[in-house]
Ligand binder design. Structure first.
Ligand code: NDP
Ligand code: OXD
Length: 313
């Protein structure tokens, strides 16, 4: 039976090659190839054209090639089939690297030292211990929990916020709308690893920004977002960076990608911007993951990491 790979905006060659290596006995096809659509049982997708997946009558499982699934849940014609998302140590580890890197960039005042170096200036600043800084992770899922582990090991005080109640060793946990205020009030560096849903869209707005702790050692709050761009009201962040209510930010995801050349984000003070690369989907690691999940499914085991279509993640 056939596996379809439909990835918009990514080069498919690496995926085809990696999948063929991981599953030599399967036929792997791309949307432009000549094949019989009735033979397709599995689809591996990233941002497929809306309506496209509905054209495969014998499709059984849809694999999102990203951890986020908003690229699928917005398709009004998405077939009513199981959607499996990526939960893999390769992707998780990459995200944790991005979070740690960016927390440290702000904690260790890197923007100041980069500017000082450019001006050939020797300008040491006071450096606080990690244990003096409170990091708050929005989203205590696969990625959020791994990031908390790494930040705790560096000595940061870590809090987390999720939709439902959680217990994570060493982490001050908050949940729901009632938990948001207290979570923000104890947070110096906010890290969003939230999925995009109706509830999280535009969540981080001026009110949320202004509810962050102002008494921390960094002189004001810092905001990191590697979840989804549309969870953050970008204009509110730019305003807060410009008038000093927020001291720094790191963004990997944006309301519009690529970020338009005239976006004020490019010039916002103390903003580190990366082009949605925090946790790239690696074809070799993730092909092995998907092929392993297909083998387990065909052996009669239940599919794992299923998306709850009602919740949207
Ligand atoms: P999970 O589904 O494992 O975790 C999502 C977390 O968000 C859960 O803790 C969930 O709460 C919480 N959450 C969801 N909705 C709300 C809400 N309304 N209020 C409070 N908390 C909420 O996802 P992952 O950790 O695997 O991935 C998170 C996101 O990271 C992805 O959806 C994607 O958007 C983004 N991502 C970005 C990448 C990049 O390169 N920039 C790469 C990979 C992913 P609960 O536990 O209660 O359900
Ligand atoms: C993902 C992403 O969801 O790359 O995996 O954003």
């Amino acid at each position: 039976m056939t596996i379809l790979v439909a990835v918009r905006g990514w080069k498919p060659d690496h995926w085809i090659h990696a999948l063929q290596e991981a599953a030599p006995d399967r036929r792997i096809v791309l949307p432009g190839d000549a094949f019989d659509p009735t033979t397709v049982r599995y689809a591996l997708v990233w941002k497929p054209e809306p309506g496209y997946l509905a054209t495969f009558p014998n499709l059984e499982v849809i694999f999102s090639l990203g951890a986020g699934v908003d690229h699928l849940t917005t398709d009004p014609d998405l077939p009513d089939l199981p959607v499996v998302r990526i939960v893999d140590p390769d992707l998780t580890g990459r995200m944790t690297e991005w979070v740690v890197l960016n927390v440290l960039l702000h904690h260790r005042r890197h923007a100041h030292y980069a500017a000082a170096q450019a001006a050939r200036a020797w300008q040491p600043l006071r450096q606080w211990a990690a244990s003096a800084v409170r990091v708050g992770i929005m989203g205590l899922g696969e990625l959020g929990r791994d990031a908390t582990r790494a930040l705790l090991s560096l000595g940061f005080k870590v809090g987390g916020w999720s939709r439902t109640g959680k217990q994570v060793d060493g982490v001050e946990c908050f949940h729901g709308t009632e938990g948001l205020g207290p979570f923000l009030a104890r947070t110096d560096i906010l890290v969003s690893l939230l999925p995009l849903t109706a509830e999280t869209e535009n969540l981080i707005d001026r009110a949320v920004i202004d509810a962050l702790a102002k008494d921390g050692p960094l002189g004001g709050p810092v905001i990191l977002n590697a979840g989804r761009g549309r969870s953050l009201v970008e204009a509110d962040l730019v305003d807060a960076l410009s008038d000093g209510r927020v001291k720094g930010a790191s963004l990997d995801v944006f309301a519009s990608e690529p970020v338009p050349p005239d976006s004020p984000l490019w010039r916002a003070p103390n903003l580190f911007l990366t082009p949605h690369v925090a946790a790239e989907s690696d074809p070799v690691a993730l092909s092995r993951y998907v092929v392993g999940e297909i083998a387990a499914y065909e052996a009669g085991r239940p599919l794992r990491h299923l998306v709850d279509r009602g919740k949207g993640y």
